[in-house]
Design a protein around this ligand. Structure first.
Ligand code: UT7
Length: 335
């Protein structure tokens, strides 16, 4: 039977380090508020006016992952690119990354699943591998959020949270009867809550062509009902964890490390509290990176591998909830 193994990872964040104190110069906020309400101490943004797009950030993370896997871009069977902040609306950033990598004719698939983009990506890669449609896949989660943020007091809830960055994973097929690699995954969506976190433009729902008046309405900036998203996360993620464990026939003690989406440290702490998970079994890095949406999980994965926090035989659980709303999780066992 074919199993999906994460062979290598990589990450990239821009050089520009933006502290909460820097943001306090632009809007009515403070380091105390941001640390207390979100856990974030700083984040990385691209330079203003820099000629760079999401695919450029992804390229750097992907190069690192490919080098570590000792794969050439042309060896890939598929590129999967998760982002909610593509370089341009059409075509997808996957095609742009494929071009930067000079990955010959390798197909490139974009997924727009926001905070759960990497989770959807893992399930897609696993489906390709188990059905023997692919042997070598590059999965990337990358975001360039800073250009979509309105740096004003009116939009300070989103401005202080979102950040730029990219993470990549080389995913390989392995023929084995062992329970290794991607063990199981569950994904959910509930479009009833589609209004709680959204970016209105560019889109066609209103039926009106995009005009100056529509732009002036600022629908191109993200809108978030943070309180509702927060409540949805702290109620649905514990339920999902139970579902995942049941599906994998595992107990919570069998999970060596939980890697939740990095949206707000308080969400992850509330989850840990509800599930009675010891502190050392949770991985958080939102303090350093902010919320990089589709990139939080692969950046976290790359960091924890770098820090030797995981070894062969360890089982981890990825989890996340975000716009859509969509939520999900993946159980993975290292080899
Ligand atoms: O990854 C995508 C998924 N997104 C999430 O999971 C986000 C989930 N939600 C959150 O992280 C939180 O709801 C926020 C961090 C966005 C907001 O935190 P909160 O504790 O829910 O604050 P709030 O919206 O209830 O606002 C409390 C107060 C308000 O002032 P008043 O009305 O009490 O005077 C806000 O205007 O805090 C104010 N406020 C701020 N103050 C300083 C909101 N944002 C800021 C800010 N700095 N950046």
């Amino acid at each position: 039977m074919k199993r999906s193994i994460i062979k290598s990872t990589g990450r990239y964040v821009p050089d520009r380090h933006v502290s909460n104190h820097d943001l306090a110069k632009l809007m009515d906020t403070s380091n105390e508020w941001v640390v207390q309400r979100t856990g974030i101490e700083a984040r990385y943004w691209v330079e203003e006016g820099e000629d760079v797009g999401t695919s450029d950030l992804a390229y750097r993370a992907a190069r690192q992952a490919l080098k570590r896997a000792k794969w050439n871009p042309g060896d890939l069977d598929l590129i999967v690119f998760a982002t909610m902040t593509p370089d341009v609306n059409v075509p997808g950033s996957g095609a742009l990354l494929q071009n930067l990598l000079e990955a010959k004719k390798v197909p490139a698939l974009d997924i727009r699943q926001q905070c759960t983009g990497f989770l959807h990506g893992l399930e897609i890669c696993d489906a390709y591998i188990r059905s023997e449609k692919a042997e070598k896949i590059l999965l990337v989660g990358a975001e360039l959020q800073s250009r979509y943020l309105e740096l004003t007091t009116a939009n300070r809830d989103t401005a202080v949270i979102f950040a730029d960055g990219a993470g990549a994973a080389c995913i390989e097929a392995r023929e084995t009867n062992e329970e290794i690699g991607i063990i199981t995954s569950i994904l959910h969506a509930d479009g009833k809550h589609s209004g709680v976190l959204k970016v209105g433009l560019p889109a066609h729902k209103s039926g009106k062509p995009i005009s100056k008046a529509i732009i002036e309405n600022q629908d191109h900036f993200p809108y978030m009902d943070g309180k509702t998203v927060f409540k949805l996360a702290v109620t649905r993620l514990p339920k999902l964890t139970k579902e995942l464990l049941e599906k994998a026939n595992m107990a919570i003690e069998d999970i060596d490390l939980f890697i939740p989406h990095q949206a707000n440290l308080r969400i992850n702490e509330a989850f840990r509290d509800r599930m009675n998970i010891p502190e050392e079994k949770m991985f958080n890095n939102i303090q350093t990176y902010g919320n990089t949406t589709a990139a939080t999980l692969p950046i976290a994965l790359d960091e924890l591998i770098e820090q030797n926090r995981v070894k062969a035989g360890d089982t981890i659980m990825f989890l996340g909830l975000g716009a859509g709303i969509t939520w999900g999780g993946v159980i993975y066992k290292f080899v």
